[in-house]
Ligand binder design. Structure first.
Ligand code: NAI
Length: 331
């Protein structure tokens, strides 16, 4: 039998945490034959709720779940973890300045970076979900210098999956027949959902989305806007932000990273930019990636037209500004 993998979920008493931990315990994230030990972290005001989640995990009698650590101590939570899913953070509340929210999250991610750096298992893979996800991941990277930059990522898979969903709804086809959309940039409303290279499986082979969706105005307008604004639409409908889809996307992200992407398919991940596609190096930016043997690689050589270039640059600019704001909170 395989040794259990230790998976940290921060903010585990929150909405996404509540949807995510049972998925992990069922093998959705790491596979149906991989035992797991869950490490759940939250803050003292949520300690009782966190303990309730632990009770429910016991009650669910998951065969793959070999242990549960539920704690408000970051060091205890981070010790020995192989995968860290960072969902905990400080949400923007009414009347708060952007800088104040950033400042709170910078200090959370700075201290959790240190706990991970000192106590996580070697080669721990980190996924930041909490917003501002790209910049929180960048701060985590800066303050955990011994964790390789390639091990620190942020979640844009939800946006990627939303783009797949919109195409499948539009064409009235199975979502599993759509692939290779791209989310470029920030997990924010400046993200660029790009279908330039996306394809659809048809009885006569793979066909470009751009050929099957003949309405270019929809692809360049409403489609992009719908994906960018989907988070807000969910909040409006549910009075709560996306949780099950975010949890599912986090599982997809880690599963593909660890177990690999299917041949001929790429996914979107927020990763440390090496300057590919003229995206400034040193930002955590969402790129198309393929994964093999536990490592992601940015898909190279895709053509970028003028329309795409502008949108890719605009979201990079926002990330550069966010980075400056985050650094100003440090001093
Ligand atoms: P939530 O407010 O229900 O849960 C957040 C949890 O984090 C709470 O239990 C809170 O006590 C905890 N927390 C706060 N500070 C913490 C700290 N320092 N250490 C550990 N835990 C801490 O929020 P929800 O809906 O679960 O969302 C979590 C985050 O994910 C938010 O920042 C949200 O904006 C973000 N998000 C990101 C998405 C993405 O695609 N990247 C999609 C949806 C949400």
């Amino acid at each position: 039998a395989k040794d259990p993998v230790r998976v940290l979920v921060t903010g585990a008493a929150g909405q996404i945490g509540y949807a995510l931990v049972p998925m992990i315990a069922r093998g959705v994230m790491l596979g149906p034959d991989q035992p797991v030990i869950l490490h759940m972290l939250d803050i003292p005001p949520a300690a009782e709720a966190l303990n309730g989640v632990k009770m429910e995990l016991v009650d669910a009698a998951f065969p793959l779940l070999k242990g549960v650590v539920a704690t408000t101590d970051a060091v205890e939570a981070c010790t020995g973890v192989n995968v860290a899913v960072m969902v905990g953070g400080f949400p923007r509340k009414e009347g708060m300045e952007r800088k104040d929210v950033m400042s709170k999250n910078v200090s959370i991610y700075k201290s959790q970076a240190s706990a991970l750096e000192a106590h996580a298992a070697p080669n721990c893979k980190v996924l930041v979900v909490a917003n501002p996800a790209n910049t929180n991941a960048l701060i985590l990277k800066e303050f955990a210098p011994s964790i390789p930059a390639k091990n620190i990522t942020c979640l844009t898979r939800l946006d990627h999956n939303r783009a797949l969903g919109q195409i499948s709804e539009r064409l009235n086809i199975q979502v599993s027949d759509v692939k290779n959309v791209i989310i470029w940039g920030n997990h924010s409303s400046t993200q660029y959902p790009d279908v330039s290279h996306a394809t659809i499986k048809t009885p006569s082979g793979q066909k470009p989305v751009r050929e099957l969706v003949s309405d270019d105005d929809w692809l360049k307008g409403e489609f992009i806007k719908t994906v960018q604004q989907r988070g807000a639409a969910i909040i409006k409908a549910r009075k709560l932000s996306s949780a099950l889809s975010a949890a599912s996307a986090a599982c997809d992200h880690i599963r593909d990273w660890v177990l690999g992407t299917p041949e001929g398919t790429w996914v979107s991940m927020g990763v440390y930019s090496d300057g590919s596609y003229n995206v400034p190096a040193g930002l955590i930016y969402s790129f198309p990636v393929t994964c093999r043997a536990g490592e992601w690689t940015i898909v190279q050589g895709l053509s970028v037209d003028e329309f795409s270039r502008k949108k890719m640059d605009a979201t990079a600019e926002e990330l550069t500004e966010e980075k400056a704001l985050a650094y100003s909170c440090l001093s």
